[in-house]
Design a protein around this ligand. Structure first.
Ligand SMILES: Cc1ncc(COP(=O)(O)O)c(C=O)c1O
Length: 350
């Protein structure tokens, strides 16, 4: 009997369910570059309303949603600031510089947690003719490389107030805002109110095969439509993809709580045999980051050893390995993965 591999490299790995595929096949479509795809329009209206903004724009990827969002705040020679683990800095291949001439600065943030005082200290609202002016602060919620960290609403609100007072924008990278909402119980619109522009992804925990949205006021979304086309992201009969997103919102949002519970359960089991490797209290959503170095391994070594046991994770720098729960990992697979990880770390620690 072959034992199934438990693939926890990312929540982007989910495959569309049979029901989602059926919804896609039946979708009404039109040419979305002409603004004529009714299913895309329905998805955009729904997501804008959920986040309490005027409008939304369907995007092929979260990276494009982020980068168009940043472009609406900043142009060549202006800067965007965020924490050192932010996806827009670490994993979008320098797009802000390459496409928009934007410079960036960052600060070190424990688990990617928003540190409002430091953000405000780093921010230069009006650098005049000498210093680069900050156009925008980026906040990631949940924070991916931080370990699925949920940003406290009070901090988001304080940042929003302080930046608005000096004319600096806020972009929320909400690729996993759904997870933050389910974990914290904070309404999506309350998160939405803390930013001028928000990106959300359908292709992560929600399980759609592709698709993200940029959300903002109607004027900004009009500008975003131009930038999307300029970057080659104008799409045609993509109502089929939007239908997957609508299906995901109907059927896969609440179940994110299951992913969170499974990640936490795995963290608790690992902490029991190797307490320094993870603090289960920090596992708030679907992402488990293990401190492999605390067990005498590098992040890559732990990923390799886990893979030999049939559990795939993602090495995140020299000391950490990330494991992400999602739609395709049930309780049984969670138990298997947990046993493999606990066994590896116990043996090493013993
Ligand atoms: C926090 C965050 N933002 C943005 C993205 C980019 O999404 P995409 O892979 O669709 O470009 C990701 C992808 O993992 C992410 O984790």
């Amino acid at each position: 009997m072959t034992v199934p591999v438990v693939d926890l490299r990312s929540d982007t790995l989910t495959r569309p369910t049979r029901e989602m595929r059926a919804a896609m096949v039946d979708a009404e479509v039109g040419d979305d570059v002409y603004g004529e795809d009714p299913t895309v329009a329905a998805l955009e209206a729904r997501v804008a309303a959920l986040l309490g903004h005027e409008a939304a724009l369907f995007m092929p990827t979260g990276s494009m949603a982020n980068q168009v969002g940043l472009r609406l705040h900043a142009g060549p020679g202006q800067e965007v600031i965020t924490d050192h683990l932010a996806h827009v800095l670490r994993a979008e291949l320098g797009a802000a510089a390459a496409f928009s001439g934007i410079t960036t600065r960052s600060w070190v943030a424990d688990r990617g947690l928003l540190d409002v005082d430091t953000a405000l200290a780093v921010m230069v609202p009006d650098g005049g003719a000498y210093q680069v002016s900050t156009a925008c602060v980026v906040v990631e919620n949940t924070h991916n490389f931080g370990g699925g960290t949920v940003q406290p609403l009070a901090d988001l609100r304080r940042l929003r107030e302080a930046t608005a007072a000096v004319g600096v924008g806020v972009h929320l990278d909400g690729a996993r805002l759904w997870n933050a909402h389910v974990a914290s119980g904070v309404a999506l619109a309350d998160y939405g109110a803390c930013a001028d522009t928000v990106s959300v992804c359908l292709s992560k925990g929600l399980g759609a095969p592709v698709g993200s949205l940029l959300v903002a006021d109607a004027t900004r979304i009009g500008q975003a439509r131009v930038w999307r086309k300029r970057l080659g992201g104008g799409m045609r009969q993509v109502g089929m993809l939007a239908a997957a997103g609508l299906y995901a919102l109907d059927h896969h949002l609440d179940r994110l709580a299951d992913d969170h519970a499974r990640a936490r359960r795995a963290a608790e089991a690992v902490a029991l045999v190797a307490p320094g490797v993870v603090d289960p209290a920090t596992v708030e959503t679907n992402i488990l980051v293990l401190d492999a170095a605390a067990a005498g391994r590098t992040g890559a070594e732990l990923a390799t050893a886990a893979a030999e046991g049939g559990v795939l994770g993602y090495p995140m720098g020299p000391r950490h390995t990330r494991f992400v729960w999602h739609l395709d990992v049930d309780d049984e697979l969670t138990d298997r993965a947990t046993d493999v990880l606990a066994d590896l770390l116990r043996r090493r620690g013993a």
